[in-house]
Design a protein. Structure first.
Length: 94
């Protein structure tokens, strides 16, 4: 069976899908689709934390995702996860 890791930058996925297709990702359906392809060994989501995402994070944990969020220094700044995601991918590799 294939071992699969999911590493999702929530902010990038959200804005890309809204801008290009005017749609949102159904995370539960996506998780189930990938699980049918093999064993999900890690499922991580990354984003910017504020109080408005609390319910979303609870839902993601229920689905099976581990949430990694950072607080933004100000509303005008985005948190970038590029290096963090890369390090998690490298650390997952046997």
């Amino acid at each position: 069976m294939k071992r699969i890791g999911l590493f999702i930058d929530v902010n990038n996925i959200y804005y890309s899908l809204i801008r290009k297709h005017n749609k949102k990702l159904d995370y539960e359906a996506y998780y189930k689709y990938v699980a049918d392809l093999g064993e999900i060994t890690q499922a991580l989501i990354y984003g910017t934390y504020d109080e408005s995402v609390r319910g979303f994070l609870t839902r993601m944990r229920t689905i099976g995702f581990l949430a990694k969020y950072k607080e933004s220094p100000s509303p005008r700044h985005r948190v970038h996860w590029h290096t963090g995601i890369c390090m998690d991918v490298v650390n997952m590799i046997d």
